[in-house]
Ligand binder design. Structure first.
Ligand code: HPA
Length: 284
């Protein structure tokens, strides 16, 4: 293993450089694909895939069902780079490490980052399989991706989060869902450290805080994307009702089963979003 550069800025650009050596493709859209959705990357046209292990500084994912590849290719006229698999803080990584690949995507040229995840539903009226557009988030992780010295070449010390999930892109996504007849809720995602699912008491607390869906990912990547000036779309697949709502025990199998069940609908929504981003000139 070669030594990594000392500064985050140089590490990000060294990783981006490796990707550029493998493909001269300049991606406009980044996709971080959550549990059960990784296969979307296989549908990219003219694709070039790069194993995470080949990219300097990239963390490796170990969770069952998550591959570890970056896939570049086109879809619906959009030049995309998709992360097939991601790491989570509960695996022992810092928030900065979890978010490192998202920085590389933005350094490669990504203007819009689409982040998907599996989440537990806090709203008791939402059945498993519901898709939720993220309007805003609560960060209850115990580390922050931007903690530590700031490099102004990457972004500002104190990024604004007023419109972390770009309002105009949320309007676009809702339009696509309506056109395609896809039911889409909108709400607040809360990031929890995991790896235990929440207790019923925590679920009550999170409901009281105004969250609609709870998960163990996404927020570190959103923070670095905003830091570097990319716009973000976040979509959760509600794979289960959060702990205590039904009284049944939660399991990772239920999460992956639901994600697999709604995969075709979720992929249809992603296709529509990519087409609309191109058609509306949002990627220039
Ligand atoms: N809680 C936290 N993360 C999750 C859940 C949940 O209920 N379901 C899928 N990811």
């Amino acid at each position: 293993m070669t030594d990594l550069p000392a500064t985050l800025y140089d590490r990000v650009h060294a990783a981006a450089q490796l990707v550029r050596e493998r493909s001269d493709f300049v991606p406009q859209v980044g996709l971080i694909l959550g549990s059960g959705l990784g296969a979307f990357a296989d549908s990219l046209e003219n694709q070039v895939a790069i194993e995470y292990g080949d990219i300097p500084g990239f963390p490796r994912s170990h969770v069952q069902g998550h591959k570890g590849r970056l896939v570049l290719g086109q879809k619906q006229g959009a030049c995309c780079v998709a992360m097939q698999g991601r790491v989570h803080m509960y695996e022992g990584h810092t928030a900065a490490t979890v978010a490192f690949p998202a920085r590389v995507l933005v350094a490669l040229g990504v203007k819009v980052l689409i982040i998907t995840n599996a989440a537990g539903g806090l709203n008791p009226t939402w059945a498993p399989g519901t898709l939720m557009l993220i309007r805003d988030h609560l960060d209850l992780l115990r580390d922050h991706a931007l903690r530590g010295p700031n490099d102004d070449r990457l972004g500002p010390r104190f990024p604004d989060m007023t419109t972390a999930y770009a309002p105009e892109l949320r309007t676009l996504v809702k339009g696509v869902a309506a056109e395609r007849g896809i039911a889409l809720q909108e709400g607040v995602y809360v990031a929890m450290p995991g790896p235990c699912y929440e207790t019923p008491a925590e679920v009550k607390m999170l409901q009281g805080l105004g969250a609609d869906a709870t998960g163990m990912s996404t927020v570190p990547e959103v923070c670095v994307a905003r830091h570097m000036g990319a716009r973000v779309i976040g979509i959760s697949c509600i794979t289960n009702q959060a702990a205590g709502i039904t009284g049944n025990a939660l399991s990772h199998d239920e999460v992956t089963e639901t994600a697999t069940r709604v995969r075709a609908t979720f992929e249809g929504l992603l296709d529509g979003i990519l087409g609309a981003l191109v058609a509306k000139g949002e990627l220039r």
